[in-house]
Ligand binder design. Sequence first.
Ligand code: 8LQ
Length: 466
Amino acid sequence: MAAMEEWAFPTRYDQDYLPDPDSPYWFPVRETMDPAERDAAVLVRLREVMEYAYSTSDFYKTKWDAAGLKPADITSFEAFEQVPVVTKAEMRESQATHPPFGDYLCCDESEVHHIHGTSGTTGAPTAFALGRRDWEVIADNQARILWGMGVRPGDTVFVAALFSLYLGSWGAMTAAERLRCRVLPFGAGAQGMTARAVTWLARVKPAAFYATPSYALRLAEVAEAEKIDPREFGLKVMFFSGEPGASVPSVRQAIEDSFGATVIDCGTMAEMTPFMSASATAGTPDGMLLWQDIVWHEVCDPDSFRTVPYGSEGTPVYTHLERTSQPMIRLASNDLTRWVMEDNPCGRTYPKLPEGVYGRIDDMIHIRGENVYPTEVDNYLRQVEHYGGEHQIVVRRTGSMDEMIVRAECTLPDGERSEFERSTGSGLQSLLGVRVTFESVDARSLERAEHKSRRVVDEREHTKRG
Ligand code: 8LQ
């Protein structure tokens, strides 16, 4: 086995490197090596990253001292699985007592190059500090993943996501710059911007496009309303992160049909930037591969945080292998997925999430003993004839009973919807196994997401979030 390319910690990549133009891989060795050999190298790296974090942050030192473990103890993956997970609540607490970046900032404040953060709509915001060297490494990591998606130097990359605190847009931009692409940092979210995006896409005809899946569907609607066929944009690859969608079969199909481009799912969490470390490739376009030499991804039992066997469901737990500013070591995602290890058509020897990430554990609706994923409703409705493209799920308690109301748009006139309502309502009910009160509303009457969709309104007191 040849040596792993640029495998050193702290990481510094050659900023002029580009792969052989005919190679599907950026780093052929790292991407296609025997997974057991890669894992052995990763285990050494995990120890190095932990030594670094232990010696540079009170947060990790205190946490691991309390758990009675030292980085040097991590001589096996079984030992690594005993490392307590980091939660978002702990990070918020750390930033409250050590503003603004928390005591898990492992580099000097003068090294901080970008500050991003959570939107703070559901609580106190969290700040992400990204070091100067880390920013360069992130760009390199994600350029490598974009290469895997089939994006090439000289391609125009249209970034249609919020340019603000959100890291998705910036991460896509810096990666495309490193790949020597032309970036069109269009953004999203301002009034009238979607119609302007249609004009720009039709004029510039980019090769690649980045957004949330919800936003791509909204863009297609706006284009169609303006009598422009989104296929005329000539997009080759569309890559998405931020929410489930690109791996939800009917959503993926709707995007592919509208734009005629390859749909690629990617994305972990903003804290985990390079967030594209879970990503499909041109040769393995379905699901997401776990690029284990960039970020170590575990799929764990949500109570014990021990990994579950391949083939099983669990919650992703992430560890940075190359970050030095705010390295995350066993960050609990609170998401749900299933992982497998099989031969990937693209030749990369990474594990895979065949159905992507289904959603967050706390977005799952628990109703009368059943669990309902909002994406199941989305996937179903999108296959129904005369569905208007948007819906809402309301869960409320009436007396002692929980009730689920699905309100979906319908393209038929008001007087002609009884069959649509009857058959869609009963179809949903048998799919989900719970009673559903189904209502139709006019097409285009529900709000479209400019960023991530929020379709569930849970009015039950005991599940209200802070
Ligand atoms: N989330 C993110 N990507 C997802 C995907 N591909 N499939 C399903 N759920 C996904 C900056 C990147 O877009 C990552 C990002 O969105 O970071 P955030 O804003 O911190 O949100 C992270 C959450 O988005 C994850 O925990 C998933 O629930 C979802």
